[in-house]
Design a protein around this ligand. Structure first.
Ligand code: GAL
Length: 333
């Protein structure tokens, strides 16, 4: 105790910033886990389960290369490193738990081979089967495969068993999220029709398959990076425009039912840099347990050095039914 007081006193009198492991979010800065290693969980999704938050994300490490065959667009990539899982009780301090889904390192025909694409994992718990179900974007190196993959585990941190990937209702599926509603039904929301239109697919009761119940939304609007919440009686869907790793303006839409009519509302971001979503792209929105607070989770991609991409976590608030995300250099819940 005495030691802590002395350190605090020295920091105050010398005005040294106390940054290491404080209780604040520092959007865009390197974010270390509790062992002091940078968190490696990009395009992530957060699961709240029995008092713990679990953060699942793409493991990006190694050298970033540009796929030369894809001349028409900037296909910068790193080998698919699988899906990481971190846990936290306060959303600020994260402990590395596991590689929840390991990629296949030798068999190049596998859908989860390191030379392919495993992105945007989202995990939901199925109370009927007592399984944790992970959905993710599965693709080939040139993103032509365009499928949604699914994996299951008995525990949140895995290991997850990969079951395979599908084109829901024969339609392409790239950037995606999964939303579990209060009635226990879950939906896969993904960018389809060659990135032109989104599809909302009702999943089967065990969450392992898309059913034939689906709807086309944001038709011809070229939206991706979906993140969904329900606030009050409305559903809110935040998306980005499709511009690869480069940022653009976010937009949100609202609906009274997930399979119903979605109405475009505008950019939830305000202030400087709102036209680039603060140089980032949406990944998820966290409803903070036992509060009416939300956190907007986004990725600030660094396309020529993807492992150094940063996390932008900002408070997402409502003014009536208007959604708002504002920049903060540093903030706490
Ligand atoms: C973005 C997408 C990312 C990643 C990237 C590849 O449009 O949101 O998740 O797939 O393209 O260039």
């Amino acid at each position: 105790m005495k030691k802590v007081l002395i350190i605090c006193y020295i920091c105050i009198i010398t005005s040294l910033p106390v940054i290491a492991q404080d209780n604040n979010f520092h959007p865009g800065e390197i974010w270390n886990d509790v062992d002091g290693k940078p968190i490696n969980a990009h395009g992530g999704g957060i699961l709240y389960d029995r008092g713990n938050y679990y953060w699942f994300g793409e493991i990006k490490s190694g050298k970033t290369v540009r796929v030369e065959e894809d001349k028409a667009w900037e296909n910068f990539r790193v080998n698919a490193g699988g899906i990481s899982c971190y846990s936290s009780k306060d959303l600020v301090h994260w402990k590395f738990e596991s590689i929840a889904l390991k990629p296949e390192v030798t068999d190049s025909t596998s859908e989860i081979y390191t030379g392919k694409v495993i992105e945007r994992p989202k995990v939901v718990y199925n109370a009927k089967t007592k399984q944790y179900v992970m959905w993710m974007h599965i693709d080939s190196r040139n993103y032509g495969y365009a499928r949604a993959g699914v994996a299951v585990s008995k525990t949140p941190q895995g290991p997850y068993k990969y079951l395979g990937a599908v084109r829901p209702n024969d339609a392409m599926s790239r950037d995606m999220t999964v939303f579990k509603d209060a009635d226990g039904r879950a939906y896969l929301i993904s960018t389809s029709e060659n990135n032109q239109t989104m599809h909302v697919n009702l999943l089967s009761d065990d969450y392992l398959k898309p059913t034939t119940t689906f709807t086309r939304i944001l038709i011809g609007q070229n939206r991706e990076a979906p993140a969904v919440i329900k606030h009050g009686s409305k559903y809110y869907l935040v998306t980005s425009l499709c511009s690869g790793w480069d940022p653009n303006a976010a937009r949100y839409a609202t609906a009274d039912s997930l399979l119903g009519k979605w109405t475009v509302q505008g950019n939830p971001c305000v202030g400087a840099d709102s036209a680039t979503t603060f140089q980032s792209q949406s990944a998820y929105i966290i409803p903070v347990a036992s509060t009416n607070k939300y956190i907007f989770v986004a990725d600030r991609w660094k396309k020529t050095d993807l492992p150094d991409s940063r996390y932008i976590w900002l408070p997402l608030t409502f003014d009536g039914d208007k959604m708002k995300v504002e920049w903060k250099d540093s903030w706490h819940l």
